[in-house]
Design a protein around this ligand. Structure first.
Ligand SMILES: [Zn+2]
Length: 414
């Protein structure tokens, strides 16, 4: 949750208001971590007076974020009273734009999934996309009081400006120029705060908050699919950079003399390890080897080959399919070694549709290559694992984006 303070309350100076919000965040931070805590223990864990703590506790009880419960064994007399955190008292929505559908997730204040919906997009224009997104959010919020909703996080493809909420470039949808404004039309239509970021990066927040990364503070989520992007989480915060483009590892050269990439550079990681690149390589190999399972899977009609066929053939030990995935994994492992040396993360999560579905077929060559090329100490600090949330990581992560950016005073209605 954010501690930003742009709207000082009447009668309180801005700096006083800011320090009050910092105190509120500290109190909430302790209660979130402890789940249930006595008033005296809470007061001992935050650097402020008991009076301040009890004022903040009263504010939080008023809006239902915490409640009093009698807990523990009574030794005669009254049972001890504790403060209990109610993460389900507030909710957030994540909505993600895909080619043909909007995926939405409703979560509690901790990112726990409460509901999930997929709604097809009718029509291929930006305005049909926006109206479906609006409809999808209304649909998942049906019956929920608007003042219980912190906000809506949007995950969009391409380069997305976080501040303005404009999709500036979306190659996959063919919307190449001009930019599509997402944030302000949705915010005014839904009457809720809206936050927009690149969908591959917000997936990092999903795995970080409730997935395989929930016990670490520093991780890198590598999204492998039609593109390759890294979501970088440093000390619990998603780092997107001033131009919202941090983590474009897919356009780092892993072979300076390699084939030309769409971006104009040579030998980018994406030339070797996206779904499209792997499929092209698999088709080429299958053409030379009619005995391959890749050939059998589609009765020789190689144009019908999909990435799922390649993964299935590799799982059945087909040498061509195994080789293609191992080569791609090796290139990804090289990029992972750079990320490990740069960021010293506790965890690198291999995700996105390709990373999730290929599992160990990619994980093993990635680990092998990363170990070869990384300094030994940071490599030992880093677990390299496959994500556990699958594609839901994105919608959940988009909801977490909204939660993380909601100022504490907004939650408390101050
Ligand atoms: Zn490139």
């Amino acid at each position: 949750l954010s501690t930003s303070d742009e709207n000082g309350a009447a009668g309180m100076s801005s700096s006083k208001q800011t320090s009050r919000n910092i105190s509120r965040s500290q109190v909430l931070g302790v209660i979130r971590a402890e789940r249930s805590i006595s008033r005296s223990k809470l007061a001992s864990m935050v650097p402020m007076s008991r009076a301040t703590v009890s004022g903040i506790v009263a504010e939080m009880m008023e809006v239902g974020i915490i409640e009093e419960v009698g807990e523990g064994v009574s030794t005669g007399g009254r049972p001890p009273i504790k403060l209990r955190y109610n993460p389900e008292s507030r909710m957030a929505v994540g909505a993600v734009l895909f080619d043909d559908q909007i995926q939405t997730a409703l979560t509690d204040m901790e990112g726990n999934l409460l509901n999930y919906l997929e709604i097809p997009i009718a029509g291929g224009t930006p305005s049909s996309m926006l109206s479906t997104m609006h409809e999808a959010v209304e649909c998942i919020l049906e019956g929920i009081p608007r003042d219980h909703v912190l906000g809506v996080g949007i995950g969009a493809p391409g380069i997305v400006d976080f501040e303005t909420g404009v999709i500036e470039l979306s190659v996959s949808r063919g919307w190449l120029e001009g930019g599509i404004e997402v944030k302000s039309p949705l915010a005014s239509g839904l009457q809720l705060p809206v936050y927009v970021a690149n969908r591959s990066r917000v997936a990092a927040l999903g795995e970080f908050q409730v997935g395989i990364g929930r016990d670490v503070s520093n991780l890198i989520y590598l999204f492998l699919g039609r593109g390759i992007v890294a979501g970088v989480i440093i000390d619990g915060h998603l780092y997107i950079g001033p131009g919202s483009s941090a983590g474009e590892i897919g356009h780092v050269s892993v072979d300076p003399d390699g084939p030309l990439c769409d971006c104009g550079n040579h030998g980018c990681l994406e030339v070797f390890a996206t779904e499209v690149a792997i499929l092209a390589e698999a088709r080429a190999l299958a053409r030379e080897n009619a005995g391959s399972l890749l050939h059998h899977a589609v009765d020789g009609r190689l144009e019908r080959l999909t990435i799922d066929h390649v993964i299935e053939a590799a799982n059945r030990s087909d040498p061509s399919a195994l080789g293609v995935l191992a080569d791609a994994g090796t290139k990804v492992g090289f990029a992972v070694s750079v990320l490990i040396d740069l960021f010293n993360p506790e965890m690198v999560i291999i995700g996105g549709p390709l990373g999730t579905n290929a599992g160990n077929l990619l994980l093993e060559p990635i680990r092998r290559e990363a170990q070869l090329r990384t300094l030994s100490r940071p490599f030992m600090d880093t677990q390299i694992v496959t994500g556990i949330l699958g594609s839901k990581a994105i919608a959940i992560g988009a909801a977490v984006l909204a939660i993380n950016h909601t100022p504490i005073e907004v939650i408390l209605g101050k």
